[in-house]
Every structure is written in structure tokens, then in C-alpha cells.
Ligand binder design. Structure first.
Ligand code: ZN
Length: 251
């Protein structure tokens, strides 16, 4: 008996053929991309021929005269063709795993067909890959972790290590940013959903001091990480301050 294998297959349509002059001066027929119009992501079959038969049977509308192109040809203005891949072993094993969204509780029978967003600080929490559950994922994630730098406002490679201190208690928060420090502090005040951010926002701004403790230029991520960690230890800002986690390697 022949072994059953697992495949994925895509039926594609060539979007347009043109005789226009292309950018590099080549004059001739060119193909302007193709688009998947059918994605069959899990097909059991003993070989690729079986996959083709399956597609022909299920989607006869794409294959006039029962003819399937399996590679691109340029002799027709529009045609459909098929590409077939055998699944990787990890895709087959993911296919057999079921999971449940930690937000909407939707149950899925396959991690391969429905890929979860994994909350990476807790591998057991999965979220649907859609806007609603994604927003919930970010909300939960950033309730534990500080919001990241705003990439739109980074135009230097200067990194600032900063310290925000509560005057009365002397407790502080150490952070790093590639944004302008004032911008970063404003973000903490207005956007952060972490325990520190919430506490910070509920208190009076005049209770706090803001300072840049070191300016780093041209340092690697791991050097920045080390220096930030040094200040976190120096000011004991985890056990006796507002840092909840040891610094992450990414800025
Ligand atoms: Zn969900």
C-alpha cells in the first residue's frame, strides 16, 4: 500500500500579459504577476498527480478541456495554473493540534490551517489572527511590558538611558529610548498601560523628576542592554522601584 502524503496547492491566475516596454529597456512580452485565487492548504494524496485530479474535480471552471498548466506559459492572455508543495513535517504536526483563543474562546481544530498569534511571554496563550483579538493581545502584552519606541520618530542611532524618579519615595524607573526623551516621557504619561504607567498617570506630575543618565552613540543592542541593566541594578529599580522586568535585549 502506498503511503499517504500531505500537500498544499494554489490555483493562480496570471494577471496580465503585456508588450509594453519595461523599465530596463527590454522590449518584449512580460508577465505582471500572478494571484492565488484558490488556496487548498491541506490535501491528502499519494502523489502530485492525485492532487491535480482533486483540483480538476473540485474546480473544473478553471481548467477548460481538462487541461491544467503546472507552469507559466506566455501564449495566452489569461490562464490558470497550479503550484503544488508537499507539506513540511512541522506543518503536518501543527495541523493535528487544536487550540482555543484566549480572548474570544473560539476553538480551532488545526494550528496549521488557523495560525494562532502566540503571546510570547506565555506560550500557553493564543489569540486569533484578526483585528479584535490582536488588539486584545497587544493590550494584555503591554499591560506587562512597556510600550516600545515609536519607530516613526527615530532618526538617529543615539540611545538615551533615562531615569524617572518619584521624589517622595526615591523609587525610580529606568528606561531606554531611541526617541527624543521628552517624547518618550510623554508616551509613558499618556499611553502606557503597564503597572508603572498607570501609577505614573494617576499621580501628580510635580512629584516626579526626569533625567537622562547616559547618552549612547553607536552602541550595539547588547551593549545598550548591559548598560541599562547596570542602572537598573544600581538604583535597585526592580525590587525597590518601578521596573517590573529585567531589560529586554530589543530596544
Ligand atoms: Zn479570538
Amino acid at each position: 500500500m502506498e503511503e499517504i502524503k500531505y500537500f498544499k496547492a494554489f490555483i493562480r491566475v496570471v494577471k496580465s500579459l503585456s508588450n509594453e516596454r519595461s523599465g530596463d529597456g527590454f522590449f518584449g512580452s512580460s508577465l505582471f504577476g500572478a494571484e492565488n485565487i484558490v488556496e487548498e492548504r491541506f490535501i491528502e494524496s499519494k502523489d502530485k498527480k492525485g492532487v491535480l485530479d482533486f483540483l480538476l474535480n473540485k474546480y473544473p471552471q478553471f481548467f477548460p478541456n481538462n487541461k491544467i498548466y503546472t507552469r507559466e506559459t506566455k501564449d495566452q492572455a489569461q490562464f490558470f495554473y497550479v503550484v503544488i508543495f508537499e507539506l513540511y513535517p512541522h506543518e503536518v504536526s501543527e495541523h493535528k493540534q487544536d487550540w482555543k483563543c484566549s480572548n474570544c474562546q473560539q476553538e480551532y481544530s488545526s494550528k496549521y490551517l488557523h495560525k494562532p498569534v502566540i503571546k510570547y511571554y506565555d506560550e500557553n496563550l493564543y489569540f486569533c489572527n484578526n483585528d479584535i483579538c490582536d488588539i486584545e493581545f497587544k493590550k494584555q502584552y503591554y499591560s506587562q511590558n512597556e510600550i516600545p519606541d515609536d519607530k516613526k520618530y527615530i532618526n538617529t542611532n543615539i540611545c538615551y538611558i533615562y531615569k524617572i524618579t518619584e521624589k517622595g519615595s526615591g523609587k525610580c524607573y529606568i528606561g531606554k529610548t531611541l526617541n527624543a526623551p521628552f517624547f518618550r516621557w510623554w508616551n509613558h504619561l499618556t499611553h502606557s498601560g503597564s503597572p508603572f504607567g498607570i501609577y505614573f498617570r494617576q499621580s501628580n506630575l510635580s512629584n516626579w523628576t526626569f533625567e537622562v543618565v547616559e547618552i549612547l552613540e553607536m552602541n550595539t543592542d547588547s551593549e545598550v542592554f548591559e548598560i541599562e541593566s547596570k542602572y537598573i541594578k544600581l538604583y535597585d529599580s526592580i525590587d525597590n522601584g518601578f521596573n517590573t522586568l529585567i531589560s529586554k535585549k530589543t530596544i
